[in-house]
Design a binder for this molecule. Structure first.
Ligand SMILES: CC(C)(COP(=O)(O)OP(=O)(O)OC[C@H]1O[C@@H](n2cnc3c(N)ncnc32)[C@H](O)[C@@H]1OP(=O)(O)O)[C@@H](O)C(=O)NCCC(=O)NCCS
Length: 158
């Protein structure tokens, strides 16, 4: 019997499909592994129905989305969110963020932050979920072709 994929494999399956390589936003496997060795990093992986796939060998559902976050004291940063292209616009991204809010509250978190490259359509999702723009870092990201793009910081109290 083929073993079910590990949490890292599930995240990487969505990662490799979801990000446009031109922007260099996707993390590689090493970055994900390193991030998850830090106990304050949290990963949530969901299937195409938006249901959480628990980490462990018993759950074999195909991953459709994930969110990675890290908390420091009572604040949490959304590091990455992604939904596989063929599963988009069905509410999975919104469910991931709502699940994050619920999990973060149990950790005693009062505020969530995230940073996004200017022009990413994900802005519509963040605004819909109640995030407000609170800052701009000029030319913060560098695209694969060398062009620079601003980072916009968003925050939301939960
Ligand atoms: C951003 C992303 C996670 C959204 O996932 P999703 O599952 O499609 O989002 P949802 O279906 O929950 O969208 C909820 C609402 O957000 C808004 N929205 C989401 N994606 C949108 C888009 N591309 N354009 C316009 N509005 C969008 C809409 O209001 C949508 O509601 P609607 O479909 O009823 O109009 C997904 O597009 C993705 O993985 N993008 C590539 C990775 C990335 O850039 N991640 C963010 C930076 S880390």
């Amino acid at each position: 019997m083929t073993p079910c994929p590990h949490l890292i494999d599930r995240i990487m399956a969505v990662m490799d499909a979801a990000f446009d390589p031109a922007f260099g936003e996707a993390w590689n496997r090493r970055q994900v592994v390193d991030a998850l060795t830090v106990p304050s990093t949290h990963a949530l992986v969901v299937d195409a129905d938006g249901a959480e796939i628990p980490d462990g060998p018993a759950a074999c559902a195909t991953p459709a989305g994930f969110v990675l976050t890290r908390h420091v004291l009572d604040e949490e940063e959304l590091l990455l969110i992604a939904v596989a292209p063929d599963a988009r616009r069905r509410g999975i991204g919104a469910r991931l963020i709502e699940s994050l809010f619920a999990a973060a509250r149990t950790r005693g978190i009062g505020r969530i932050f995230l940073e996004m490259r200017r022009g990413n359509p994900a802005i519509h999702l963040y605004i819909k979920l109640g995030f407000e723009p609170i800052g701009v870092r000029k030319n913060y990201y560098r695209m694969v072709n060398g062009d620079r793009i601003d980072a916009i910081t968003f925050g939301r109290s939960i």
